[in-house]
Ligand binder design. Structure first.
Ligand code: FMN
Length: 244
C-alpha cells in the first residue's frame, strides 16, 4: 500500500490543533492544489476566502453554534460556489442560465472538489482539519460579513492546523451498501444497515464512555431534524441562484 492510500484510508477530522502557525508557502501549496482539482467545463465556479480577521472568525464561531476549532485553527478557508464571476465575464451567455439548478450543481461540485484537494494536500504535509458546514446556520450573515456578491453561495469552512489529537477512525457504511454493480441493488440493504447501526452504536459508546449510544440511523435522523436549514434555499434564491 503506498503512502497516499495509507493517508486516505486513515482520514479523521481533526478539531484540536497545536499552537503552531502554518507558513505561507504551505498555505499557498494548499490553495494551488485546490485550484488544480478537476472543474466542470473548466468553469472554475468557486471562490475560496482565507479568513484572517479574528472578528470574522468570531462571527463564524457564533453562527456555527460555538465550534471552537474555528477560532483555534491557524488556517480557516471559506469555500463558496461562485456563479458571479461567470455571469460577469463569460461571453455570449443568456444571464438567466446562471439561475438554473444545473449551474448551481456545477458550482457546488466544483467548490467541493477544490476543498477536498486542499484537504488532501494539507494532510499530506502533516496538517489535519475539519469541514464546517455549520456556517449555513446563517448564510445571509455570512454573505454580509464577507461582502459576497449575488450569485455567490457560502458552503462551508475548511479549518486546518497541526493535529493535537489522534481520533479513532469513524466506521463507514459497508462497501456493498455504497458501491453496487450495474444496478441499484437493495436486496441486502436492510441487513447491512442493521449491522452498521450496531457498529456505529459501539463506536460512539466507546468513544464517549457511554454518553452517546445512538445508532447511525438514529443519529442521522436527529442531526437532520436539528438543522433543516430551509432558509438556505430561500436566501440562495434571493441572491439569484436555483430559480429554475
Ligand atoms: C460538508 C461537510 C460539513 C461538515 N460540517 C461539520 C460541522 O459543522 N462541524 C463538525 O464538527 N464537523 C463537520 N463535518 C465533519 C463530519 O462530521 C465528519 O467528516 C464525519 O462525521 C466523518 O468523520 P471523519 O471525518 O472524522 O471521518 C462536516 C463534513 C462535511 C463533509
Amino acid at each position: 500500500m503506498n503512502e497516499t492510500i495509507k493517508m486516505l484510508l486513515n482520514h479523521t477530522s481533526i478539531r484540536k490543533y497545536q499552537d503552531r502557525t502554518i507558513d505561507r508557502e504551505t498555505v499557498d501549496i494548499i490553495i494551488q492544489c485546490a485550484q488544480m482539482a478537476p472543474t466542470s467545463s473548466h468553469y472554475q465556479a468557486y471562490t475560496i476566502i482565507e479568513v484572517r480577521d479574528p472578528s470574522k472568525k468570531e462571527v463564524l464561531f457564533e453562527i456555527s453554534g460555538g465550534q471552537q476549532w474555528i477560532k483555534t485553527a491557524p488556517l480557516v478557508l471559506l469555500f463558496c460556489a461562485d456563479l458571479h464571476r461567470g455571469s460577469k465575464f463569460y461571453k455570449g451567455v443568456d444571464k438567466e442560465v446562471f439561475s438554473n439548478t444545473e449551474c448551481y450543481t456545477v458550482a457546488v461540485v466544483d467548490a467541493s472538489l477544490a476543498m477536498q484537494k486542499a484537504f488532501i494536500a494539507a494532510q499530506s504535509m502533516g496538517l489535519g482539519g475539519v469541514v464546517v458546514g455549520g456556517i449555513r446556520n446563517n448564510v445571509e450573515k455570512i454573505s454580509k460579513t464577507f461582502k459576497l456578491p449575488d450569485m455567490v453561495a457560502p458552503l462551508y469552512l475548511l479549518c486546518l492546523g497541526y493535529p493535537d489529537d489522534t481520533p479513532e477512525l469513524k466506521p463507514r457504511l459497508p462497501i456493498d451498501e455504497i458501491c453496487k454493480v450495474d444496478f441499484y441493488d437493495e436486496s441486502q440493504q436492510e441487513r447491512l444497515i442493521v449491522e452498521y447501526d450496531e457498529v456505529v452504536k459501539k463506536y460512539y459508546t466507546d468513544r464517549t464512555k457511554g454518553k452517546i449510544t445512538e445508532t447511525w440511523t438514529e443519529r442521522c435522523g436527529k442531526m437532520l431534524m436539528d438543522k433543516t436549514r430551509d432558509d438556505v434555499g430561500i436566501f440562495f434564491r434571493k441572491i439569484g441562484l436555483l430559480k429554475k
